[in-house]
Design a protein. Sequence first.
Length: 299
Amino acid sequence: MTLSINQVTKRYQDFVAVDNLSFTIEKGEIFGLIGQNGAGKTTTFRMILDLQETTEGTIMWNEKHINSINRDILGYLPEERGIFPAMTVESQLYFFGELRGKLRKDLHKEVDYWIERFELEDKRKAKAETLSKGNQQKVQLIASFIHQPEFLILDEPFSGLDPVNKDLLKNAILELKEKGTTILFSSHQMDNVEELCDHLCLLKRGVSLFTGSLLDLKKQYGKTKLTIRTDISKEKLEKLDGVKDIQVGKDQYTLTLEDETYAQSIFDFVSDGKYIEKFSLDYLTLDEIFKDKVGGTNV
Ligand SMILES: Nc1ncnc2c1ncn2[C@@H]1O[C@H](COP(=O)(O)OP(=O)(O)OP(=O)(O)O)[C@@H](O)[C@H]1O
């Protein structure tokens, strides 16, 4: 494994912000840290980056203590957004690349590539303060990995981006993974985590509720979400064995089953000479699992 967090706890006086947290990330993997506001994600990132000490436990990078490694292998997009307002987009990127140990001449290709990739060509010579918030965020994102770090930490990289820019970022993250970068990111937006992550850790008030692969998390619930588009009444459907809950949508029902084995008898019932437009048995989405595990709203 590349990164390993071993029984890490962070206390601020009596308050436990991160409680006995352990997980590992393999090289070239995308790992998601998810949790509500105050769950302990930023605190965990700051400990990995050695910006804060752990109260207990150790963090290792390739078997070495994280505070003994060359910092230039790390890239970080902090939660606080901010770039130098009076600097141009281009000089900003060179500045951050050089700060992380790269020579200017070795940055030309990367700077050109990412400026084009994030559709910022016409902003290249513009001062950062004249850019929209989303564009400023893209510049800060590029700055976090312009030096080609081995390990990239992105704190809420998707927040504040429109759907087109979200897609640009998703594709960039996948491309960095292809090139061998190990990526750890946090998000409140579960669809992004679902599409990108190999493994994840779900935090609630500093405690891990689940650590492992997305598929294993989904398998804990099984395929218990049944979507049916039919003209059978809700009253008839809710009387069927194994139906825990039924939601009426615009033109379909979504049933929550006690477990997936009930799907066959429900299918036999609804297909008995009646018209079914849709019958689909699925895993819960990560968003649904998150709400079930964490409770309340996903904010
Ligand atoms: N320096 C500090 N002193 C005291 N408490 C702190 C300090 N830093 C963070 N905390 C507390 O630790 C908890 C975890 O904070 P953290 O910023 O890690 O959460 P988060 O999961 O990143 O949340 P968000 O999604 O809102 O960014 C919060 O309750 C926060 O108030």
